[in-house]
Design a protein around this ligand. Structure first.
Ligand code: BGC
Length: 745
């Protein structure tokens, strides 16, 4: 992990007193180009370069349009993507070519003819891997594809906590826990930036739902947000050092997230000493004053009511309403990130991409992210016994489902299927289609189980599906739930009557397996009637192959739920989705202090409600024994323990450590996780050194993290509800020294 030095930024925050030169450029310095000396640090290089810029050049860096035909034609130099900021050739400053991002390189509305990207599995699948290496490899793969297509900024790093299980964008994010989300988002960013492509983290902050996303006002206390959603961002930023932070659409405590002094100037830039720039989400800038409140760049400007950061900003600097030093700070932050990620030294080179190698990265993520939820009597893996197997529904003959919206990736070979979605939504028509990636579970399974007789039944009529199931030894129903940016699910029920389909098949065949391709948790009224359930999320470019390998046992499942699966909506902190049914752009408040920092499994622990499946849960084809927990306290916690594969097959395990009580008070919090691979009979020792912020609380009065002195009870085991071993340590307590925490997060 990187140390606190990364936060040592000379032109910190809103340093309005910073050196300011709005004068014409110095011709001598132009020739010398001192800022091109790579031995200088990015702060110094940015400072030197920014001094050479005219006010118009500075302003030019601070806003830009969408790079696709939408209301206006994109600039001719723009590659065609989400966004574009022109460069400054006179000073050798490259343009920012910005593309979406987290799940792969996108090509919105096919604006770049014939180009595609390798689709990673959804964020929840990556999170379910509980493996930072999987996130890093994905971020790096996408970064390289972006760089090879001419892009130098990726709008990735989705790090919103999934507070709302019905949320339309949960599939883009990494679940409900700050440590898991922060670590994996940070690793994905680190991977992308290793390819000299700047990555964002987004959407800062508390963008918990899509319904009324432009007008929802999230109300939450300082301590509650710092211990939950902001902690995820804080950890992601420390791990990944993203060049930019994208602020969110919604309001937080009565101020738009992109116009939010407390969030942007206060927490991000002052408290965390964040040295990069804040870019707006597309159409999220309410006005010019956002520049004073910490926003550095207006993106997708034609979606806002005006190009606030263009002429109006220039006029405000001219009149003195906005200090020119602020404009210098905004520009310097952008340049600093460009230097830090190597955009000057390593400009994108268009070139061929090894799509087979990239698909292998996506397949590994799927194989580690698929979660086995139920496996009664060891029905899985399928015995290679020449049986009759029928696959039912979910277009499993053609491919695997993906989620919709700005993150939609289409593979280079095109989709297997594009199924238009009826109705009107927040996003324009071309985005309203279910895209199935060309990775057919049917073909993959036939390839791996040639001795079996495998057929497909569309699943449109439960009676026909049941008839097919009756003829088979095993029936595998593929159930889908399409989720998209801009819309939430009204409830957690599988859509299109698929519960009836599953029930009918289960009644016809005792060996029924359900494979879920969903954007998040769903209810399972048929759970008691089926023998096995697999949560495959949206499994990406090689999802069919990954599923087939798991079904036949070539891979033992090792995914763990990154969010709780509730047993009913009534168990949620918000049983009714805030704002559901209200007209678009209605202004309402959502009270996030109901759950506060007790997001997801912490809420279930607080209320005592029994979920359908708990956070961290997932089955394996092997079995594991935990032993020899050693735990020490004092100034911090050190934990180590052994995990042994007691099963018959090689498998990965995701050991987890949870805080159960802090200074005598009950708490539930993930404080450590790992992913290890074990051969049968093999033992490995796992060690955790939990970040002190996970042991403490945010003390609003003292404006810092604090650990209460006393006894801390910690459990390790395979999920949040299975504490295999427990220990109690005594902590001295006191204020958390953040520099120390950041040097060893
Ligand atoms: C989304 C962002 C995305 C941007 C650019 C917005 O609608 O919220 O996540 O990066 O569009 O496509």
């Amino acid at each position: 992990m990187q140390g606190a030095r990364r936060f040592a930024f000379s032109g910190l925050g809103i340093a309005l007193a910073a050196t300011l030169l709005v004068s014409a450029p110095n011709a001598g310095a132009q020739a010398a180009k001192a800022w091109m000396d790579p031995k200088l640090d990015p702060d110094e290089r940015a400072r030197l370069l920014e001094q050479q810029m005219t006010l118009d050049e500075r302003i030019g860096l601070l806003h830009g349009p969408m790079a696709m035909p939408f209301r206006t034609a994109p600039p001719p130099e723009a590659l065609g993507s989400a966004g574009y900021i022109p460069g400054i050739p006179r000073l050798g400053i490259p343009a920012l070519q910005e593309s979406d991002a987290s799940l792969g390189l996108t090509n919105p509305m096919g604006v770049r003819k014939g180009e595609g990207g390798t689709p990673m599995p959804s964020g929840l699948a990556v999170a379910a891997s509980f493996n930072p290496e999987v996130a890093y490899a994905g971020g790096r793969m996408i970064g390289h594809e972006a760089w090879s297509a001419g892009f130098n900024v990726l709008l990735g790093g989705g790090a919103n906590l999934t507070r709302e299980p019905r949320g339309g964008r949960n599939f883009e994010y990494l679940g409900e826990d700050p440590l898991l989300t922060g670590t994996l988002a940070g690793e994905a960013v680190r991977g992308t930036q290793s390819e000299h492509v700047i990555s964002t983290v987004k959407h800062f902050a508390l963008n918990g739902q899509e319904t009324l996303r432009h007008t929802l006002d999230v109300r939450i206390s300082d301590a509650a947000m710092r211990e939950s959603d902001l902690l995820a961002f804080e950890l992601a930023i420390e791990t990944g050092r993203p060049g930019a932070v994208m602020c969110a659409y919604n309001l937080v405590n009565a101020a738009y997230a992109c116009d939010n002094d407390a969030l942007l100037n206060g927490m991000l830039k002052r408290d965390w000493a964040y040295p990069g720039w804040v870019m707006s989400d597309w159409g999220a800038v309410p006005g010019l004053q956002a520049a004073v409140h910490g926003l550095d760049q207006q993106s997708g400007e034609q979606l806002d009511s005006a190009v606030h950061f263009g002429e109006p900003l220039k006029a405000a600097v001219g009149s003195g309403a906005i200090p020119a030093a602020r404009v210098s700070d905004m520009s310097r932050r952008i340049l600093r990130s460009m230097f830090a990620a190597g955009l000057f030294e390593h400009p994108p080179q268009r070139g061929p991409v090894d799509y087979a190698a990239d698909a292998a990265v996506a397949q590994r993520a799927a194989e580690e992210g698929v979660v086995l939820l139920k496996n009664e009597g060891g029905l899985l893996p399928l015995a290679k016994a020449g049986r009759k197997i029928v696959l039912i529904g979910g277009h499993a003959d053609a491919g695997v489902l993906s989620g919709g919206g700005s993150s939609q990736v289409v593979a280079p070979e095109g989709p297997a299927l594009r199924v238009p979605v009826a109705g009107e939504g927040e996003l324009p028509g071309p985005f309203r289609a279910m895209v199935y990636h060309a990775s057919s579970p049917l073909t993959a399974l036939r390839g791996l189980a040639p001795q079996d007789e495998i057929s497909f039944q569309a699943g449109d009529y439960p009676s026909a599906a049941a008839a097919a199931a009756r003829q088979a030894d095993v029936a595998i129903v593929f159930a889908t739930q399409w989720m998209t940016e801009g819309e939430d699910a009204p409830d957690l029920t599988l859509p299109n009557g698929q519960d009836q389909l599953i029930a009918a098949v289960a009644a016809a065949n005792p060996n029924t397996i359900v494979v879920l391709e969903t954007g998040g948790p769903v209810l399972m009224p048929w759970l008691g009637q089926v023998r096995a359930v697999i949560e495959a999320w949206y499994p990406g470019a090689r999802g069919g192959e990954a599923l087939a390998r798991i079904l036949v046992g070539d891979v033992s499942p090792s995914g763990r739920l990154p969010m709780t699966f509730p047993a009913s909506e009534a168990q949620l902190p918000h049983p009714a989705l805030p704002g559901a049914g209200l007209p678009a752009r209605s202004h309402i408040e959502a009270d996030y202090d109901i759950e506060g920092s007790d997001v997801g499994y912490r809420w279930f622990a607080r209320t005592g409600a029994e979920p359908l499946f708990p956070f961290g849960y997932g089955l394996s084809y092997a079995s594991f024994a935990y032993a020899d927990l050693k735990a020490t306290g004092g100034d911090g916690v050190e934990l180590s323990f052994e995990v042994k594969n007691t099963g018959a097959v090689a498998a990965r395990e995701a050991p987890q450590a949870y805080l159960l009580s802090a200074a005598g008070k009950p708490v539930t919090r993930l404080v450590g996780f790992a992913k290890i691979e074990l051969q049968p009979g093999e033992t490995k020792r796992v060690a955790f050194h939990p970040d002190p912020r996970l042991l403490g609380r945010w003390d609003t009065a003292r404006h810092g993290w604090r650990i209460e002195p006393g006894d801390y009870r910690i459990a390790v085991g395979p999920s949040s509800k299975a504490p295999a071993l427990q220990a109690t340590v005594r902590l001295r307590g006191g204020p958390v020294r953040l520099a120390a925490a950041r040097s060893n997060p």
